[in-house]
Design a protein around this ligand. Structure first.
Ligand code: GAL
Length: 430
């Protein structure tokens, strides 16, 4: 398998979407270009996300296309800020919210992250929109619960992602003498395979900047503790100072020794690309990564394989993207128009088709989805669903920030497991 062969097999449907987007851009549809008169504020809606490039931008573009069909009277203004998982967007958003200059709508994760914005009084109650559009029954009840505070719903979900997925390059595995169809029951078993890849001269585990390291860590905690005890980390019933967490941190430290040394300077698409290009064997990433494999024209099973992070089969490490109506938005009507598109079956299908996620709506026809998406849907329905740390479902922003800083100190030098465990425990205690 060569890079050239991969990149020459772009899927026709994606090419058409990309072409349509390019034509739309040339025609000046969508975000304003400098030589255009911007629409008056009441007719523009600034949508703030971190879907700024690659497959994430294709997902946003597809949603915008539906928005423009459904609401031709409102101009979409793209407020996207680059940086996976909102690593740069969230800080900028916080300063805009603090300055009373919010976008008209912004991306937020279902769960603790959204609850932070609600508690700070920064986002409006959308229960009336849910009632008017019959949305309560449109989404899984558990998801609506993660978007609600005291029974009032504060965001509209666009899609659901799974975080605990390993992506692998079969050719690299074969070159290391491994069976690409092998699955590993535990991190320990997986380490044997990582060692074989190391001996073959390729990178065993492609890793990127700190948030992706936190993402890896949460999946290793899930593997070591199991779903119940992992969930207990977020409600205080599992002891962060205990021996199981210690064992997970030791596994995490060992996994890091199989990762690329330049990880600090990479974002998730760079690490995933190393698997696509055959430079690395494995990457742990949320299932937005499937869109990167698909848009490179790769066939699942033949050109790439995926499986739950070893030790996490039967658990669905969950996150959902959602959109809000900030208090003091300059165009609340435009924002509500955006939210109606986000909630629509058409909008949900368009976004997820490009992004690899599962539509949050329950009535999207699975036959319209890819085989990966159908497998994720089945797993979401059957597996034990647990909340993601790195993607805002499990813990408030302050906890995630403190844990990310602790992981950064650890991976950038200290490699002191005892210190890492103490810092994570302190961050969890608040
Ligand atoms: C997550 C987000 C996903 C995807 C990913 C990588 O936090 O929920 O939709 O954008 O970050 O940037």
């Amino acid at each position: 398998m060569t890079t050239t062969a991969h990149s020459s097999r772009a899927r026709p449907a994606r090419r058409l979407t990309a072409l349509a987007v390019t034509v739309a851009a040339l025609l000046g549809v969508g975000a304003c270009t400098p030589d255009q008169q911007p629409a008056p504020p009441g007719e523009r809606v600034e949508v703030f996300t971190w879907w700024a490039s690659g497959s994430e931008k294709l997902g946003l573009d597809a949603l915008v296309e539906v928005f423009e069909e459904q609401h031709p009277d409102v101009s979409f203004v793209n407020g996207a800020v680059a940086g996976g998982a909102g690593s740069a967007a969230k800080d900028l958003l916080d300063s805009r919210l603090a300055a009373g200059d919010p976008p008209d709508t912004f991306q937020a994760h279902a769960g603790a992250e959204l609850a932070d914005y609600v508690e700070a009084g920064q986002v409006a109650d959308l229960t009336d929109l849910y009632d008017a559009e019959d949305l309560r029954d449109a989404f899984p009840a558990e998801l609506v619960a993660r978007l609600s505070v005291d029974g009032r719903v504060h965001a509209v979900p666009s899609n659901i992602h799974r975080a605990n997925v390993v992506w692998a390059n079969p050719d690299v595995l074969e070159a290391a003498g491994l069976d690409p169809d092998a699955r590993y029951a535990s991190v320990d078993e997986w380490l044997v395979a990582l060692e074989a890849v190391e001996a073959s001269g390729r990178t065993p585990l492609a890793l990127a900047t700190t948030w992706t390291q936190v993402h890896l860590l949460e999946t290793v905690l899930l593997a070591e503790l199991g779903p119940q005890a992992y969930a207990g980390l977020w409600d205080g019933s599992t002891d962060w100072a205990g021996v199981e967490v210690r064992a997970a941190l030791e596994d995490f430290a060992t996994l890091l020794t199989y990762s690329n040394a330049d990880r600090g300077g990479l974002d998730w698409p760079d690490a995933t690309q190393r698997v696509i290009d055959g430079e690395a064997a494995f990457n742990v990433m949320g299932d937005w990564a499937v869109a990167a494999f698909e848009s490179a024209g790769l066939e699942p099973g033949r050109d790439y394989v995926h499986f739950p992070v070893p030790g996490t089969d039967g658990a669905f490490d969950f996150l959902a993207d959602a959109f809000t109506l900030p208090v003091d938005a300059s165009n609340p009507d435009g924002a509500r128009a955006w939210l109606r598109t986000v909630a629509s079956a058409e909008g949900q299908a368009a976004l997820s088709a490009e992004k690899g996620s599962i539509p949050a709506r329950l009535d999207v026809d699975p036959d319209d989805l890819s085989s990966y998406q159908r497998s994720a849907m089945a797993s979401f329905a059957e597996d034990t669903v647990v909340p993601s740390l790195a993607h805002g479902a499990a813990a408030p922003a302050a906890t995630l920030t403190a844990m990310t800083a602790a992981v950064g100190r650890f991976t950038e030098g200290t490699t002191d497991v005892t210190a890492l465990q103490a810092e994570l425990a302190a961050a969890a205690a608040g």
